[in-house]
Design a protein. Structure first.
Length: 507
């Protein structure tokens, strides 16, 4: 190798050392710099520029030297070192350097080590920015997952499922809740639009098909109530809403919407409709009863008058006179029934007419029982009066209505006790109520008869042993007691008689 070649190489090495932004230096065994490239001045200021021939500790400063000395000692033992170091320069700028110590070994002896410090500040800044971006993306992903979980929870609570249909690909996607609403396996693909004909009842699917066709044609949204069938055979209802999505050119490429479970709402609506129909029917029946009972009074008066004439004019003991008595008794029974029908109907139509006052229940009941006992003897029924005589139990009542209730209960007991029966009447003061108790020794009532006892003019289900029916008296009595704040209770067993208890609010 000639001298020119050596000079050229020396020049190239000097250019590299002087122009490279990384530090190039050499340190001997005494930890003194023997060479330092100009880049030392960038990192350590003027001191770095004059580093050659000066101790490393003087250039690095006590703090940085204390951190790097162990690595330097390791390099002097022949061990290469690689590490990162953050160095604050004279301009207060923090730089990140990748430090490499390479031992200089000659004939097995370490004479010193070469130093290279590469500026990786931009790399660490980019890395830090990437980490920050990753953290932000993770935060956004966590937020998205929370929002999705909240949406699933909201859909589950509200029984609202969502869906999308990519028209060209005929690809349908359902939300988790929509699978639950339809009772389908979420692990399977959602059925195509045509396959959904197997989910809805025919009439509902036909309406859905027509609505979807119109939305695809015009882009107008739709809203329908549809009936569908779950895999277990149960039928339920949804409110289906859908709308169109267009691409940049205005073409409809997708439909999307929600399905809301409205089964409970439909049932309530149906129940309200049925209740409304029942109320209208009840009002119609009530109006009919009022009109019928009113119009029956005129012919009944004629029958009663004719029966009285027949009874008065016929000879005593004659068959004709007996017929007159029978007609008269039956006519009075019909008249009582008509009065009860009219009273029950008019009471329901005019609740505001009821005006309670404070009066003695014992006095009203005692008077009714005394009058009834005379008539009961004709029917071979014994009336046992156990009403307290030396007491006064006031209550908030309508005395005429109390009398009506008492007469109805006594008349009902007599129907059950004809032909040797016994009726026991008593009054008791129990808590906030005064209670009228009427016991009879009749045939009693079965459970199915008791359940329909208060249906006015009910069929054979409420008929008692002799074939007669309670009529409207009990229904009217219970209604009147409820208006006064009381109640009517019944206890009965077949063959063991019945007990009717009417409670009036005490003062």
């Amino acid at each position: 190798m000639n001298e020119t070649t050596l000079q050229d190489k020396s020049r190239y090495f000097r250019l590299l050392a002087e122009q490279l932004p990384s530090i190039q230096a050499y340190c001997d065994r005494e930890l003194t710099y023997r060479y330092a490239s100009p880049a030392m001045a960038v990192w350590f200021g003027p001191a770095g520029k004059r580093a050659a021939g000066r101790p490393v500790a003087e250039i690095l400063g006590p703090e940085l030297f204390a951190r790097d000395e162990p690595s330097m000692r390791a390099a002097l033992r022949g061990q290469s070192q690689n590490f990162e170091r953050e160095i604050t320069g004279p301009d207060r700028v923090k730089r990140h350097g990748l430090v490499t110590y390479m031992p200089d070994v000659v004939d097995g002896i370490v004479l010193g080590f070469m130093i290279q410090v590469t500026d990786i500040t931009h790399l660490r800044e980019a890395e830090s920015a990437l980490r920050a971006e990753a953290v932000e993306r993770q935060r956004a992903l966590d937020l998205l997952r929370r929002r999705e979980a909240e949406l699933r929870r909201a859909q589950r609570i509200g029984r609202i499922g969502s869906w999308e249909w990519e028209v060209a690909a005929d690809l349908v996607t359902w939300s988790e809740e929509l699978y639950r609403i339809f009772g389908r396996d979420a692990a399977r693909m959602a059925p195509s639009f045509a396959e959904q004909a197997l989910i809805y009842v025919p009439e509902s699917y036909a309406r859905l098909r027509d609505a979807v066709a119109e939305t695809l044609r015009s882009g107008a949204p739709y809203e329908l109530e549809l009936e569908y069938e779950r895999p277990d055979g149960s039928r339920r209802w949804i409110e289906a809403r859908g709308e169109a999505f267009r691409d940049e050119e205005g073409r409809i490429v997708k439909l999307g919407g929600v399905a809301i479970d409205i089964t409970a709402r439909r049932r309530i609506r149906v129940s309200e409709l049925e209740s409304d129909v029942a109320q209208r029917a009840n009002r119609s029946r009530t109006a009919f009863m009022v009109r019928a009972s009113s119009e029956l009074r005129a012919p009944l008066r004629t029958i009663l008058d004719s029966a009285r004439v027949l009874e008065r004019e016929a000879a005593a003991g004659s068959a004709l006179r007996g017929c007159g008595e029978t007609i008269l008794r039956s006519a009075w029974q019909i008249a009582e029934l008509v009065d009860e029908m009219f009273d029950l109907s008019s009471s329901r139509l005019n609740r505001d007419d009821f005006k309670p006052v404070t009066c003695d229940v014992l006095e009203v009941v005692s008077d009714c029982v005394a009058q009834f006992a005379e008539h009961a003897g004709v029917e071979d029924v014994v009336v046992v009066d156990r009403i307290p005589r030396k007491a006064s139990w006031p209550a908030r009542i309508d005395s005429d209505r109390v009398r009506q209730v008492t007469e109805n209960l006594l008349a009902n007991a007599m129907k059950n006790s004809r032909g040797g029966g016994t009726i026991v009447v008593s009054v008791a003061h129990r808590g906030d109520f005064v209670e009228l108790i009427v016991d009879d020794t009749g045939s009693g009532l079965a459970s199915n008869q008791m359940s329909r006892l208060f249906a006015p003019l009910d069929d054979a289900a409420t008929r008692i042993a002799d074939g007669s029916a309670p009529g409207v008296g009990l229904a009217l009595s219970r209604f009147l007691l409820e208006l006064m704040g009381g109640c009517l209770q019944i206890g009965s067993r077949p063959g063991a008689g019945s007990t009717f208890s009417a409670s009036f609010p005490a003062v």
